[in-house]
Design a protein around this ligand. Structure first.
Ligand SMILES: *[C@@H]1O[C@H](CO)[C@@H](O)[C@H](O)[C@H]1NC(C)=O
Length: 351
């Protein structure tokens, strides 16, 4: 067991660093445990290593584009678990109503209904899709042109395990109402948190660390969060710049998220040879030290747009929206821009 673990740690260091340090093998195992996220500092202090290792290669596992979003993702058509005032559509209904389709240029579109007047108490038709395949780590790259935003809307690109919160939840792109900045959030079972002193040094200067406790307990599902100050990251600011890429790496070190507005997408992403070592300081980092990756398993990736509900409904007035959320959703003209336009989602595994 110990020797297997030693081998594992050596592999880990080789994978994360561009070089391997063979003397790590002689360190007591415990001195490494709980210290993985200091790798970059340690690497800097050691200078050149006697052993050259190839840098981590990422191999494409899945590439979802165009019709794949309709064929390889499930359409969730139950009641919204977050109590949104939506009727999520089956694939057949979503396609028939023009709420899920592929444009001539290959862009996949997921819409909120914008043609139906609602009576009191009626829900608006919307779409929630999730990958048929489940993931237990990897490098996930989502290239998004346009996202829904505005009063009553609560769009999200996220991933979730089964038996929530036990399988964990990773919210990559999410917000409500007139919000102009993205919030990145993790929800989990007990024993997962952000340690602000550690993490605030590792994320971009334009990120603020929010709630530190990731575990959901009782009715407190706040989760632990990072806030992007950059208004390119969400809503109108995201859309007028042609959207961008959210990339997240989920590996033994933790979960790391980068955001690139369209004009700044690294060429290694565009060319299909992603190299996170070149992407600079991330927008969010949940370190495995303070949140074991055991909290996350069998994740499906999800895109959805809900309305009102536990978050957008609760903050509707406070966010400067008129009247009540349930009245606001009656008028279809409030939803002419309520759609996702997706270029692709790619999933890579390290090799
Ligand atoms: C719904 O929104 C689209 C733009 O996304 C627009 O082209 C269409 O005319 C709208 N539908 C109605 C009934 O206004």
């Amino acid at each position: 067991m110990i020797s297997f673990f030693s081998f594992f740690l050596l592999s880990l260091m080789c994978v994360k660093n561009s070089t391997c340090h063979v003397h790590y093998l002689s360190l007591p195992i415990l001195s490494l445990a709980g210290n993985h996220n200091t790798w970059s500092i340690r690497n800097r202090h050691h200078g050149r290593s006697p052993i050259k290792a190839r840098k981590t290669q990422y191999t494409l596992e899945d590439h979802y584009q165009g019709q794949d979003f309709l064929d390889q993702w499930n359409f969730f058509s139950n009641d919204d678990p977050t109590h949104g005032l939506v009727d999520y559509q089956s694939k057949g209904d979503a396609v028939d109503k023009g709420l899920a389709y592929v444009q001539g240029d290959g862009t996949a579109v997921l819409k909120v209904d914008n043609s139906t007047w609602l009576g009191s108490g009626q829900n608006r038709a919307s779409v929630r899709i999730s990958t048929k395949k489940k993931y237990n780590g990897g490098l996930f790259i989502a290239d998004i042109y346009t996202m829904p935003h505005g009063c009553s809307l609560w769009p999200a690109y996220w991933s979730v395990g089964s038996n929530w919160p036990n399988g964990g939840e990773i919210d990559i792109l999410e917000g409500v109402n007139m919000q102009t900045n993205n919030q990145l959030t993790v929800h989990s079972s007990e024993g997962c948190s952000i340690v602000k002193d550690v993490v605030s040094k590792l994320v971009s200067a334009d990120i603020s660390v929010g709630n530190l406790q990731c575990a959901s307990s009782g009715t407190d599902n706040t989760g632990c969060a990072f806030h992007q100050d950059d208004t390119n990251s969400y809503g109108h600011g995201f859309n007028i710049n042609g959207g961008g890429v959210f990339a997240h790496l989920w590996n033994s070190q933790g979960i790391t998220v980068w955001f690139f507005t369209r004009s700044q997408i690294p060429s290694d992403i565009t060319s299909g040879n992603p190299n996170p070592d070149n992407w600079g300081t991330p927008s969010a980092f949940w370190a495995a030290d303070s949140c074991s990756m055991d909290h996350f398993s069998d994740h499906a990736l999800v895109f959805d747009t809900t309305l009102c509900g536990d978050w957008a409904g609760a903050t509707f007035s406070g966010d400067g929206c008129p009247g009540t959320c349930s009245d606001y959703i009656k008028d279809p003209s409030n939803f002419h821009t309520a759609h996702w336009k997706l270029n692709y989602v790619s999933v890579y595994q390290s090799s």
